[in-house]
Design a protein around this ligand. Sequence first.
Ligand code: THU
Length: 210
Amino acid sequence: MSDSERKGEWPVEERRRQRERRAGERRRGADRRSKAVAEIQGERRSGQERRDTDRRTGRDRRNEAEWQPVPIELTASANFDAEMALIAAATDARTHARAAYSNFQVGAALETSDGQVIGGCNIENATYGLTLCAERVALVKALSDGHAVFTRMAIVADTGEPTPPCGPCRQLLWEYCGDIDIIVGNLNGPAGRYRLSSLLPMPFDARLLR
Ligand code: THU
């Protein structure tokens, strides 16, 4: 029996093997990390190209089937005139967009329960992160003017598929407008109508704070 074994220590040979095993693990970890970085850096495909291949390969697991806008049946809504007017107001608000960084102009129009319409456009900033979405601009304008009850919002962008509100906007709209109709459209007019509750299932809200 060696001295170290007598003292209850691991034999020298065993400690050497452990050191080597740990060094090997560290090397393999570093290899894996640099491979992942190389993969990311090699990924210089355009947004559309990336989305298309990712969807085909199953790498993009977002389910866009849910997102196909339900075509607006022109006769299906008693509110069609109001929806058209709201889309027109959103289209108009969009012309004021300050979107120098994304070049993606969005307009929104929020209708109050007494039929007033408040427009908003996206306002970007050189920090990027301070960007304000059109929906939120319309909402805070309306709230700060004292409006409190809302019926619907229209959102317009110059895209084939209409632009739905982003997650944070959904959350804020839910808080202050409740389950309003969201009319999405493009420069050709309205293209889909959603209830906000269908865009924000299982929402977190003040009821949960009680
Ligand atoms: N944007 C909106 O204003 N509303 C939306 O629903 C989606 C995105 C803006 C934010 C940013 O200025 C630009 O569009 C690109 O994301």
